[in-house]
Design a protein around this ligand. Structure first.
Ligand code: IVH
Length: 705
């Protein structure tokens, strides 16, 4: 056989190449389209200055979509077409942050700013002090993790150490790049950014209108709407709610070193992330106060909510020297605005009955805009507050709204100018009589009881207003988290006598809901499905949902972790309860009192028969040979998949999260390991290869098969 001359070899290669060439060309075309679309996304979502028409953009987008549909093997996860379309999830996994997400010390008092400045000056060893000033965005804090420039994970703040992975949902946010821009500066191997997700006021109002139209509960404020959108299991719902993300801090970075906050903000901007507007430097307290005053003045003109300004020391070296307390960094503080106040008139005072039977006086107001949100009711708290402020129907009052807090009546405002020659006093006769709390429950007519400052309807199980409140609480986010079961729906269900106690919720069918007002087919089905899905519920949610006095979400969680089953908790005496960390005599009394009451016990029993196993399952592998260890896998393993390795060690009692943190004990790195390995090395975490890992398994007597 004649040997082929070398040139022929090349020729042969070329002979096989037309296909490969074509494929390469296609890939290049696809990549060029993606680059162009990313460029226009950036101009539109981040710069707010689009260069082409929507129609021209759509044409490009459709072309990319069509090509990707034809060659699905060429679709990349960072393609602009891949923002929406992920499969709905069944839960949001918990993920450890790359670095703790601390919160900020905050104050409204300029004197606290002066004291902060003094402490900083003392702490920086005579270095020049430069601050960076930013708006404090009133949204939801998030961590974005980019590996090799590609968005890998987005995690809510959670408890600051770990949060919920909401990656698919964040991918739908136009101002979050799926791939960092590298035109101006190279991208780092790993970048963890902190930012705030928010909803513009205009979008918020449109969303609430749409919700009202379809008979759903509106959101109380843009922050709640944002949080709700971010925590969806189905990212197509998030995609339909217009969110934005502004980045303001680098939590961790590999392959880059920054010396100042200013430099990191510049880098974030260059990498295509949107950053807050009007970031400025200051060297004196006076400059800080002026910045604060200017933003306070202008904030009504913004289309999103801010609740103060953030003061941060610019030098990252000095920051490191100053360090943090367990919760706040010492190098930053939030300088909050005074709550927004407006004056309006009380048209009527109504009395509401809550789930615990407490009667709350509520001022129904002539609607007034307070910081971009229309307010038409404000709480007057209780009888004592009402008397102290002497608020009456028809009065002009000052109301305030601070972030999440329910609007409050601050004080009665006397007429602005006293008529010429008059004594200046408000003519008494022109005011209504002092408001008196009712002697009978406005809902069920039972005589009320006075309990300290509160007025109470004692008819706990016969008063429909209390039942409505209990349903809403049971279904609330920290309870069973049933969507579409807010005030309005609960009212309807109780008024039509479809629900007489909590357990009846599980008997609802779409047939009985359909004829009701507000219930379109889809809504009826969704509600029934939403309730049925909660037959299986985490014990902590169930306990919160019961509305046991003194038991909030965190106590409910502690009780669930400690007692592990509803039965065990119900059987617990006060002493056993008080053995749980954080539970004192007041709580133990409230809890035993609750379960000891036959009427409550009946409600709980009825629920328990309709729900599955109200227990905390034993964690698989508890007490196993790797108990207490945290092991992270990265790179390619030869003898098994990474998923299988994870399962194996979890079965043996270890935890195996996907990211490396200070708590990681061991990183098993196969070929191709990148930033996780580097991070482990930087943190001084032990790294071993697959052979070492297999040896460890053998040593601990853990079979691999
Ligand atoms: S810096 C540890 N900058 O305010 C310092 N925070 O408790 C990192 N926030 O939930 C925070 N705008 O999410 C920083 N420009 C800004 C901010 C900001 C809003 C949030 C933050 C946190 C809260 C403070």
């Amino acid at each position: 056989m004649p040997s082929d001359p070398p040139t022929q070899d090349q020729d042969q290669d070329q002979d096989q190449n037309p296909d490969q060439d074509l494929e390469q060309e296609r890939e290049q075309e696809l990549e060029a389209l993606r680059r162009e679309l990313r460029h226009h996304d950036h101009l539109y979502y981040v710069e707010g200055a689009p260069e082409i028409s929507d129609a021209a953009y759509d044409a490009l987008y459709r072309r990319l979509q069509a090509l990707e549909a034809r060659y699905p093997e060429l679709v990349t996860p960072d393609s602009p077409t891949q923002r929406v379309g992920a499969e709905p999830r069944s839960d949001l996994p918990t993920v450890t942050h790359r670095a703790p997400m601390l919160s900020l010390d905050s104050s409204q008092d300029p004197d606290d700013v002066r004291r902060f400045d003094e402490r900083i000056r003392k702490g920086v060893d005579g270095h020049e002090v430069v601050y960076l000033l930013e708006p404090k965005l009133d949204g939801v804090s998030i961590e974005l993790v980019y590996e090799q420039g590609i968005l890998g994970q987005a995690v809510t703040r959670g408890n600051g150490r770990e949060g919920e992975a909401v990656t698919e949902n964040v991918r739908t946010i136009g101002s979050v790049p799926l791939r960092l821009r590298d035109e101006e500066r190279p991208v780092p191997t790993m970048l963890s950014v902190r930012g705030e997700v928010l909803m513009r006021l205009s979008a918020f109002e449109a969303l609430n209108e749409a919700l009202l139209e379809q008979g759903s509960e509106p959101f109380a404020n843009p922050r709640n709407a944002t949080s709700g959108a971010l925590r969806q299991l189905d990212s197509s719902i998030t995609a339909a709610r217009p969110l934005e993300c502004l980045a303001y801090d680098i939590l961790a970075v590999e392959g880059e070193v920054f010396r100042s906050d200013r430099a990191s903000v510049d880098a974030l901007r260059a990498w295509g992330l949107a950053v807050p507007e009007r970031i400025e430097s200051a060297r004196t307290v006076e400059e800080i106060l002026a910045y604060h005053a200017a933003y306070d003045r202008d904030r009504d003109a913004l289309d999103y909510e801010i609740d103060g300004v953030v003061i941060k020391l610019d030098s990252l070296d000095d920051r490191a020297d100053l360090g943090s307390t367990s919760r706040h960094p010492r190098w930053a503080m939030a300088f909050k605005f005074q709550p927004r106040k407006e004056v309006t008139r009380i048209e009527r005072i109504a009395v509401q009955v809550g789930r615990t039977g407490v009667l709350t006086p509520v001022a129904l107001l002539r609607p007034v805009e307070v910081g971009g949100v229309t307010v038409s009711r404000a709480t007057l708290h209780n009888r004592e507050e009402l008397e102290r402020k002497d608020v009456r129907e028809g009065d002009r009052v000052r109301i305030q709204r601070a972030g999440d807090v329910i609007p409050q009546v601050v004080e009665v405002v006397p007429p602005e100018v006293a008529p010429e020659g008059a004594s200046g006093e408000v003519p008494v006769a022109s005011r209504a009589e002092p408001f008196r709390m009712p002697t009978h429950c406005p809902n069920c007519g039972t005589p009320v009881e006075e309990r300290g400052p509160f007025t109470l309807c004692p008819n706990r199980f016969g008063c429909s207003a209390q039942l409505k409140g209990r349903i809403v609480h049971f279904a609330s986010r920290q309870g069973l988290d049933i969507e579409g079961l807010g005030d309005e729906t609960a009212s309807l269900l109780v008024d039509r006598e479809l629900v007489r106690e909590l357990a009846d919720l599980f008997e609802l069918t779409s047939e009985v809901l359909l004829p009701l007002p507000l219930f379109a087919e889809k809504k009826a089905e969704n509600l029934v499905a939403g309730i049925q899905a909660r037959r299986r519920t985490e014990l902590r949610r169930f306990l919160f949902g019961l509305g046991i006095p003194e038991v909030g979400a965190s106590v409910a969680r502690d009780l669930a972790t400690h007692f592990r089953s509803l039965d065990a908790l119900q059987a617990a005496g006060r002493e056993e309860l008080e053995a749980v960390h954080g539970i004192g005599p007041r709580m133990s009394e409230a809890i035993t009192g609750f379960f000891g009451d036959p009427a409550n016990a009946a409600v709980v029993d009825a629920l328990a028969t309709r729900m599955e196993a109200l227990t905390v399952p034993d964690r698989e592998g508890e007490g196993g040979p790797l108990e207490g260890m945290t092991i992270v896998f990265t790179g390619t393993l030869e003898s098994m998949s990474r998923g299988a390795a994870k399962k194996l060690v979890e079965k043996a009692g270890a935890r195996s999260p996907s990211s490396v943190s200070g708590e990681t004990d061991l990183v098993v790195a196969g070929p191709g390991a990148g930033s996780k390995r580097a991070r482990a090395e930087a943190l001084g975490v032990e790294v071993m290869d697959e052979a070492g890992f297999l040896a460890l398994l053998e040593e601990k007597g853990i079979p691999t098969g």
